[in-house]
Ligand binder design. Structure first.
Ligand code: ADP
Ligand code: MG
Length: 200
């Protein structure tokens, strides 16, 4: 992968998280413990602090390093979960991935998240964005990036009427209904940022 593009990807994903930290915190205040914005911001900042290092590595190593940083630096469920997602992508992707590579690697990364989260799609978590986005990515055809971004945003919206079955929000039972899942929102934001860079 072109090192300049890789650097832009890291920067844009980290910055969108940092820019939306307050929104993510507000969402987590409604159905969790109000730290999702802070957790994500801490992880993004830690990755930006190592930007020169991470950007210079081949894509698989860069993803592994970013994932390890999240696992080490982020408390809360989201650190190990997003960390596992990135580390698995790093393990599965070749340096210059094509669409098939991406679909396969993302499938493996989602499976890894499900395994450590003991969770699945349909439980009002980040998986309810990652799963549909993976599905959309696997479809061929024109305007793929636009469709992936829209699917991510719609999938995050679709967590509003869901009842949480995993994570802290599940402690609220029925009262988790009517709020967007914070992790679903952060996933959709990061996916939109990736699509934006790839479109350029
Ligand atoms: P914590 O829940 O420990 O406070 P965060 O607030 O940073 O951690 O992250 C919460 C988000 O993590 C949730 O909105 C949800 O999307 C995701 N999440 C929590 N538990 C799981 C799980 N077991 N599987 C998948 N995603 C989960
Ligand atoms: Mg939280």
């Amino acid at each position: 992968m072109d090192p300049t593009v890789q650097r832009r990807l890291i920067e844009e994903v980290a910055n969108v998280v940092i820019d939306h930290a307050d929104e993510l915190t507000t969402l987590d205040q409604a159905i969790g413990d109000g730290d999702h914005g802070l957790n994500m911001k801490r992880g993004a900042t830690a990755i930006l602090e190592r930007l020169d290092d991470v950007a210079a590595k081949p894509l698989p190593d860069a993803l592994k390093m970013a994932g390890q940083t999240l696992v080490m630096k982020v408390g809360g469920a989201s650190g190990p979960l997003y960390g596992t997602l990135l580390m698995t992508l790093g393990k599965e992707l070749p340096n210059g991935p094509n669409q098939d590579d991406l679909v396969r690697a993302m499938g493996a990364a989602i499976e890894a998240v499900k395994k450590i989260g003991r969770s699945d799609v349909g439980q009002k978590t980040m998986l309810d964005v990652l799963g549909p986005v993976h599905e959309e990515l696997a479809l061929r055809g024109p305007e793929l990036l636009d469709r992936v971004r829209k699917r991510g945003a719609q999938a995050a919206d679709a967590t509003v009427p869901m009842k949480a079955i995993k994570g802290r929000a599940s402690f609220l039972g029925e009262r988790s209904i009517g709020h967007m899942d914070p992790g679903a929102r952060s996933a959709s934001l990061m996916i939109a940022a990736i699509c934006g860079v790839m479109e350029e």
